[in-house]
Design a binder for this molecule. Structure first.
Ligand code: ZN
Length: 232
């Protein structure tokens, strides 16, 4: 955006080199030459000599036009370059926003989303040693970083599309409420706080305030969180 703005004045300056006076002079010369031809009989001395005027005006026009073309070409290429880099940066930003990551690299996919002990387990459990750093699966704003009842020490990140990721049972938190995070940024350390039966990360994804299975949600974003189970 900054690049685009700075290129505008250059372009404008280039455009402003359009030589308006030579253009109107050229029109005057053409008129004079045409007119002059018709009244040659009245005496050459009475009219300006078109031949003596036109070469210098034409040269000037030609020079002005060349300068103008150069300026326009430079402005255009600068403009194109800035548009390209703006587009590239925009695509990068979009990719950054879209990107999803695994919250942990080394874990055991322990409990899926679904009914467990007669209750809905609203997330997935990823077993890892206490103190293992876990990261944000997606960029967003930290809307909670603290104790959250049965979830123990918890981080909630709200994504740009309004969906949320909840990371529960942490032993320690690495972020604060209000902080912006990108996918892959460390949020906390895996732990066993709250209603937990062993050191693990409990991960939930909420869309429109309702929990859903994070596995397909992540799969749609090119992250296969269950692949680890097959690898083990
Ligand atoms: Zn769980």
């Amino acid at each position: 955006m900054r690049q685009r703005l700075s290129s505008e004045p250059d372009r404008y300056r280039g455009r402003r080199r359009v030589p308006t006076p030579p253009r109107s002079r050229y029109a005057a010369v053409v008129t004079t030459a045409f007119f002059g031809a018709g009244i040659v009989a009245l005496g050459a001395g009475a009219m300006p000599d078109a031949k003596s005027v036109s070469p210098s005006v034409l040269d000037e026009l030609k020079a002005a036009s060349t300068v103008n073309q150069d300026a326009a070409a430079r402005a255009d290429s600068a403009d194109r370059a800035s548009r390209d880099s703006t587009r590239a940066a925009g695509a990068e930003d979009a990719a950054e926003r879209e990107a999803c990551r695994l919250p942990l690299q080394d874990y055991e996919f322990n409990t899926p989303y679904g009914m467990r002990w007669g209750k809905l387990h609203t997330g997935i459990d990823l077993v890892a040693a206490e103190g293992t750093p876990y990261v944000a699966i997606h960029s967003g704003t930290v809307t909670k970083a603290g104790w959250f009842g049965g979830y123990g020490y918890t981080v909630i990140v709200q994504h740009a599309d309004g969906s949320e990721a909840i990371y529960g049972h942490s032993s320690a938190l690495s972020v604060q409420q209000g902080q912006q995070v990108k996918a892959g940024d460390q949020l906390g350390l895996v732990g066993n706080t709250g209603h937990s039966y062993g050191s693990h990360l409990h991960l939930e994804v909420h869309v429109k305030g309702e929990p859903l299975d994070p596995v397909p949600w992540l799969q749609e974003r090119n992250v296969d969180i269950k692949l680890q189970i097959e690898a083990l």
